[in-house]
Design a protein around this ligand. Sequence first.
Ligand SMILES: *[C@@H]1O[C@H](CO)[C@@H](O)[C@H](O)[C@H]1NC(C)=O
Ligand SMILES: *[C@@H]1O[C@H](CO)[C@@H](O)[C@H](O)[C@H]1NC(C)=O
Ligand SMILES: *[C@@H]1O[C@H](CO)[C@@H](O)[C@H](O)[C@H]1NC(C)=O
Ligand SMILES: *[C@@H]1O[C@H](CO)[C@@H](O)[C@H](O)[C@H]1NC(C)=O
Ligand SMILES: *[C@@H]1O[C@H](CO)[C@@H](O)[C@H](O)[C@H]1NC(C)=O
Ligand SMILES: *[C@@H]1O[C@H](CO)[C@@H](O)[C@H](O)[C@H]1NC(C)=O
Length: 394
Amino acid sequence: MANLEGGGINNNLDDEEKLLTEPSGIHHHHQQIISLRNVVKFFLLFIGITLSSLLLYHSSNNNPLQFFPNHSYKHTPSFASDSNYVNTNGSAAGNLLHGNNSRAANVSKDKKQKSKLEEVLEKAAMGDKTVIITTLNAAWTEPNSIFDVFLKSFRVGNQTTSLLKHVLVACLDQTAYSRCMEKKQVHCYALTTKDVDFSGEAHFMSDDYLKMMWRRIDFLRNVLEMGYNFIFTDADILWFRQPFAHFYPDADFQIACDHYWFNSTNLDNSPNGGFNYVKSNERTIQFYKFWYKAREAYPGKHDQDVLNMIKYNPFIKDIGLKIRFLDTAFFGGFCEPSKDLNLVCTMHANCCIGIGNKMHDLTMALDDWEKYMALNGDEKMSRPQTWTVPRICG
Ligand SMILES: *[C@@H]1O[C@H](CO)[C@@H](O)[C@H](O)[C@H]1NC(C)=O
Ligand SMILES: *[C@@H]1O[C@H](CO)[C@@H](O)[C@H](O)[C@H]1NC(C)=O
Ligand SMILES: *[C@@H]1O[C@H](CO)[C@@H](O)[C@H](O)[C@H]1NC(C)=O
Ligand SMILES: *[C@@H]1O[C@H](CO)[C@@H](O)[C@H](O)[C@H]1NC(C)=O
Ligand SMILES: *[C@@H]1O[C@H](CO)[C@@H](O)[C@H](O)[C@H]1NC(C)=O
Ligand SMILES: *[C@@H]1O[C@H](CO)[C@@H](O)[C@H](O)[C@H]1NC(C)=O
């Protein structure tokens, strides 16, 4: 992408230079000799300068993606060439995407995978085709680890137990899958990736960590293509109340924040990819493809960093995606905890690295909640009830 951008700008600078050093137009203007040729030249000069300054303006954003929507998205029907790509529309579209008959075997393999995912989505979905999705690997499903705390929060939350049957756990390895299957309340899906072992603790920003994060974006795009809306939640998020009342009915993509700047439409908010509610439609599908593709332009970055860079991209406006940022008063985290337990829906162990640290503070947060729930109504409301966390995190 960097090459693309560089090429564009240089070409245009050349053009501009040519136009600016071309004297005849200006002279002729002063001499008031107006010919059709000169009019054309002026017109070109004007366009040249306008275009160049536009390009320069954009390049000062340092955004290598600026041309990429229309270069890649329009001309490449699908970015998802990985083996797990699932095509909703069966073999006809499959042929279109992959080019004719030779891939028949793969299409049928895709179909098998698709039906498994569709089956589990169907079982997990609420009436309006919304599922709650999380991803887990072996390390996070250790006994008495993140997964258990996550599940417990639904049981001690206010009217959240009934949400458990809508939770779909995408398991990144065999161990996570078996541990998931032991929990009867939730739905498990084996999200396999050939030749990659995601079972260990993926240390923040390691190669495996990045692969895992990107695999998840690609997977979520699949879910959208199958017509399901989702609330994606990291498993290090405690659920204390139902979130639905705090979602924006008109938004396509709404996302929690590390820090919230008191304006749900302001792109300067710092989104956190660990919690988002996404509706399935043409705009969100295009957006997830774009997001996933963007990883190539920003090697070594994780999905959230890339989101922060692409959120200003004109592509978002072009496709008409409506983004909203969720208030940390309801969807808080250790970066910026919700201030009032009377309002909180979720608590995320963000701004916290390492399973041990997360477990420590999440356990304390669960204790805080249980103490709060044990108060009687008057006590709950008598003064703002707050957290004792973050302690190690934050
Ligand atoms: C990209 O394509 C979209 C849709 O085809 C179009 O509306 C938009 O103007 C294009 N953007 C640029 C920068 O060319
Ligand atoms: C099927 O897909 C695999 C990888 O997903 C690829 O290596 C193989 O060449 C494909 N087979 C055909 C016939 O396209
Ligand atoms: C699948 O096909 C149906 C009907 O042929 C069409 O309406 C729909 O947009 C297609 N979906 C995708 C993701 O291509
Ligand atoms: C597939 O390719 C064959 C020849 O390679 C051609 O005859 C046939 O029309 C193609 N089918 C489609 C659906 O493009
Ligand atoms: C729990 O939910 C019910 C029903 O929405 C509500 O009446 C009650 O006040 C809630 N309790 C707390 C502690 O939020
Ligand atoms: C919120 O942010 C948007 C986009 O930056 C801006 O247009 C709007 O004026 C802001 N609203 C308030 C109340 O500041």
